[in-house]
Ligand binder design. Structure first.
Ligand code: CA
Length: 524
């Protein structure tokens, strides 16, 4: 049920009355929203989802005290597009931010922060923005330019100045966010988006964690040596740990007489460190570099060496992130804000931790279509534990609006998660998800594709310069190694999934369905 805007005015009046007579607000709402989103942080590297690799005690606190979504997905597994889906509650086809390389977000369009602001909320965003245009709909914003820097990072302020801060980005984003919450007008509810760059490539650790995980040998994922049989697009990507991971930029094996494609970028990143910091950084990597160039591993040995380097650096960056999520949770508790605040933790998509031999994201396969999602709920929402319904990042906008008592506009594609947070299991909850990835040709060379995922099956169409379909039975083949498309016995399910795909493309007004390649295929 949608609440009318009148509710928020009532809440505001109630809250003001409580505050003025000094008693604590026990009413349901107005609810504050603290939305923490990281970049490329995958559920495999979060111990409340997966205990194989790292421990994330603070992230786990959110899941333990609140809810964990076990079927959480994105609509387009890439930074900017994911952010646009989240802000608008719409698929890329309607928010028009299709890819990072050619698009600028139309900042004039409807977003949930604008609607919350109109309803009396104080709104803020701090950290990664990555949408080409400047933030709109926020009382306060301070964002990093583009991908930003981990070390001594620059920020763009609301005055459109660029300032440089000292320290590690994950800590600074948290500092700025808590400062804003502290200084807000305490008479009105707030919504802050804390957007980390962490855990994005090239995984530069906080200096105090440079030596963490160095004694850990991570287990290899089952599909590390995937041969991509029956999967053309999977065979042609450029996100392979052995073949595409840059030995300097990604694995930090800096050497004067070794040149790589991204060496210059790497030097500029670590060039931001002060001489003292740089000395500390170099000291940590020096013995690893020495051993690497002495041994010069090749083939399988090199692939596994790169995998371990990747896992260790990624895990170090997660550690700082987990610390900082803990700081936010502690702060909210100290301030008594935990009672009436929804805390959301998610990422802009999942990521490959060596599955299929890969790093990066983009594909509609499980590891990158999924994204972690845990929430600590305000009082009045008793739901605990796992929520199994399929949810997508287009659902966040309607959820926050309903929670704030604001009408959800009809043109939003997402569904409010509020009924699920109340412990309801709506019978008519969605039974399929739509996905579309557009960025090709571009970095990592993942072909354009769209598809539909149900509880059990996934149908994907790779198009543009190829015309390949893939079908997976997720129940029997959760690692998506066996492409069943065109195989005997799968005609009926393929037909059903194609009909569902067409229905979703019509619903979301996605014109790709009408491209010549698809018409040709549909006519077969
Ligand atoms: Ca990302």
């Amino acid at each position: 049920m949608k609440k009318s805007q009148a509710n928020i005015l009532y809440w505001l009046a109630t809250m003001a009355a409580f505050t003025s007579c000094g008693s604590k607000d026990k009413s349901q709402g107005p609810y504050n929203i603290v939305y923490i989103m990281t970049d490329d942080h995958t559920a495999q590297m979060m111990s409340c989802y997966d205990k194989r690799y790292v421990s994330t005690p603070n992230l786990d606190r959110i899941a333990r005290d609140g809810v964990r979504f076990t079927n959480s997905f994105v609509a387009n597994s890439l930074s900017g597009p994911s952010r646009a889906c989240m802000l608008t509650g719409k698929h890329s086809s309607e928010n028009r931010f299709f890819d990072n390389s050619t698009c600028v977000f139309d900042a004039a369009q409807q977003t949930f922060p604008k609607l919350l602001q109109k309803a009396g909320y104080q709104t803020a965003v701090v950290g990664k923005w990555h949408l080409g245009s400047l933030p709109t709909g926020f009382d306060y914003w301070e964002v990093i330019p583009g991908q930003g820097d981990y070390y001594n990072p620059s920020f763009i302020t609301m005055q459109q100045d660029t300032i440089v801060e000292r320290g590690y980005l994950t800590n600074i984003i948290t500092d700025k966010s808590l400062e804003w919450i502290d200084k807000r007008d305490k008479q009105r509810p707030f919504c802050i988006l804390i957007h980390h760059k962490a855990v994005h490539r090239n995984w530069l650790p906080e200096l105090k964690y440079l030596n963490e995980y160095e004694d850990t040998t991570f287990p290899m994922p089952d599909t590390f040596y995937d041969d991509y049989e029956g999967r053309v697009a999977a065979a042609e990507q450029e996100m392979h740990i052995l073949e595409d991971m840059d030995i300097i930029y990604d694995t930090k094996m800096l050497k004067d007489d070794v040149e790589t494609h991204y060496k210059g970028a790497y030097l500029s990143f670590i060039g931001r460190l002060t001489p003292e910091e740089r000395a500390q950084y170099d000291e940590a990597y020096a013995p690893i570099i020495k051993e690497f160039y002495e041994k010069q591993p090749q083939g399988k040995e090199l692939a596994e060496w790169k995998y371990q380097r990747y896992m260790r650096d990624y895990a170090k960056v997660v550690k700082s992130l987990d610390d900082n999520v803990g700081r936010v949770l502690d702060y909210l508790k100290e301030q008594g804000l935990d009672k009436n605040t929804l805390v959301v933790y998610t990422s802009d998509q999942g990521f490959y931790m060596g599955e299929h031999g890969w790093f990066d994201k983009r594909f509609m396969y499980e590891e990158s279509m999924r994204t972690p999602l845990v929430m600590d709920l305000p009082e009045g929402f008793d739901r605990k534990g796992d929520i199994v319904e399929m949810v997508q990042n287009i659902d966040y906008a309607p959820t926050f609006l309903e929670l704030a008592g604001v009408d959800v506009p009809d043109d939003m594609h997402g569904e409010s998660l509020v009924p699920l947070l109340k412990g309801e299991s709506p019978k008519d909850w969605r039974s399929s998800l739509y996905y579309h990835f557009y960025e090709y040709p571009a970095e990592h060379m993942v072909k354009r594709h769209y598809g539909v995922r149900t509880d059990r099956y996934k149908l994907i169409h790779f198009y543009n310069d190829i015309d390949e379909w893939e079908l997976y039975d997720l129940q029997n083949d959760p690692q998506e190694l066996n492409n069943l498309y065109g195989k005997e016995g799968y005609d009926e399910i393929t037909k059903e999934l194609r009909a569902e795909l067409n229905r979703l493309q019509e619903q979301y007004k996605d014109p790709t369905r009408f491209s010549p390649a698809n018409d040709r295929d549909a006519a077969r």
